[in-house]
Design a protein around this ligand. Structure first.
Ligand code: XIL
Length: 381
């Protein structure tokens, strides 16, 4: 347990480092214009993930970044051909979209939304109220609970209002609250939002209320990691949502992030042997609560240091298939998003150069066994 806690702490540290270095870099790069006119997209056919998904009622999505959409034609082509849903990987987080108390910056998300509109895709709004990647004006400022409440409300109203007005029908689902619960299943205590209201989780109900008022037709999600199978954290989140709902919180869905990895000897490592036998039972209990399920950030880490072998690729594919097949069992599992498109750009190899390759397309945009596993599952095989 102690080791586990240490590992989580280390992962947090690694992520923080990454946020500091890579996040900072992203901010400095000057964005290029994106041509959102329909491009010479490789002909779609009935076997793309996007089209197989349409037939089965599943949005197939990926986290994307407008720098790659504009700068890498293969990326843009693959994005439009294979996916029907986009999550902006970073630029809708407070650090970017709300750079000072009185300003919002929609430059990057607008470009992605323009691309989504051109190509008939929807977006998942990610995330409205989160705990990392917050701007310094917010984390180092001194605010009363009432002021924080007003700041949070203004953010939700402004961000949702922007997309509701400018891109009607595009950002259909929102991660209203992201990662509010710690590994032990407790509401995180050291989160700035915990200062709102009389309990550490009072902000959650308020965030959902403001989001519902700001964009009534949107589907509102709670999104978290490590809750994909039965277990202490998933039990805790399940009970919290059950209580929030009983108290009248209007919540439509649960986002299972589904980053499949573990921390071993103080570094990131594959988790091919994770017990996934309770995946469906876990999904079912959330659905029975009246929720829709989205797989929101799926990826499966491989150790790349010694080269990637067939065995790793097929073990990775098997996990892809298990998750997609579980989603296929339930009409209420309506969206499956991977945290990126191609191994060429992935957050895991940025965190740790010895690992990565978590996505369905390889460095050259060739389809990996993981891609075929998604297709097979979508075909019910
Ligand atoms: C990650 C991004 O992929 C990185 O580029 C960034 O530096 C850190 O955040 N859970 C989430 C996502 O909800 O927003 C995170 O995205 C990955 C973990």
């Amino acid at each position: 347990m102690i080791k586990h806690k240490k590992s989580i702490f280390l992962l947090g540290g690694i992520i923080l480092l990454f946020v500091v270095f890579v996040g900072g870099k992203e901010k400095r790069d000057s964005p290029k214009e994106i041509n959102t006119a329909p491009q010479a997209i490789e002909t779609r056919n009935a076997s793309t993930l996007r089209d197989l998904g349409v037939k089965k009622g599943k949005k197939m999505g990926a986290a994307m970044n407008d720098f790659m959409i504009s700068g890498d034609p293969m990326y843009a082509q693959t994005a439009a051909r294979e996916y029907s849903s986009i999550t902006v990987e970073n630029h809708m987080k407070w650090e970017y979209i709300h750079p000072s108390l009185d300003s919002y910056d929609y430059t990057h998300p607008d470009r992605v939304a323009g691309f989504a509109k051109t190509h008939g895709m929807v977006m998942r709004g990610h995330p409205l109220v989160h705990t990392g990647q917050l701007p310094a004006w917010l984390t180092t400022g001194v605010y009363t609970g009432e002021q924080l409440d007003a700041i949070m409300k203004d953010h939700i109203v402004n961000v949702m209002g922007h997309f509701k007005t400018n891109y009607p029908g595009i950002v259909t689902s929102w991660d209203v609250v992201n990662e509010a619960v710690d590994e032990a299943g407790l509401i995180k205590q050291d989160v700035i939002w915990g200062n709102i209201g009389t309990s550490k989780d009072a902000y959650v109900a308020k965030a959902f209320q403001y989001a519902r008022e700001a964009y009534p037709e949107a589907k509102l999600f709670y999104n978290d990691n490590g809750i994909e199978t039965l277990g202490p954290k998933s039990d805790a989140v399940y009970n919290l949502i059950k209580n929030w709902k009983a108290e009248g919180v209007s919540i439509d869905g649960i986002g299972f992030q589904s980053h499949i990895l573990k921390v071993e000897n103080d570094s990131l490592a594959p988790d091919f042997t994770r017990d996934l036998s309770t995946l469906e039972a876990n999904m079912k209990r959330y659905i029975d609560l009246g929720l829709e399920v989205h797989i929101t950030e799926f990826d499966v880490l491989i150790k790349t240091k010694d080269g990637i072998g067939e065995t790793e690729l097929s073990e990775q594919a098997a996990i892809y298939k298990k998750f997609m097949s579980a989603c296929m069992k339930f009409a209420k599992c309506t969206s499956f998003t991977t945290w990126g498109i191609t191994d060429k750009y992935n957050w895991l190899s940025h965190l740790d150069g010895n690992v990565g390759a978590p996505l369905p397309f390889d460095l050259n945009f060739a389809k990996k066994p993981a891609y075929h596993a998604l297709s097979e599952a979508l075909l019910g095989r």
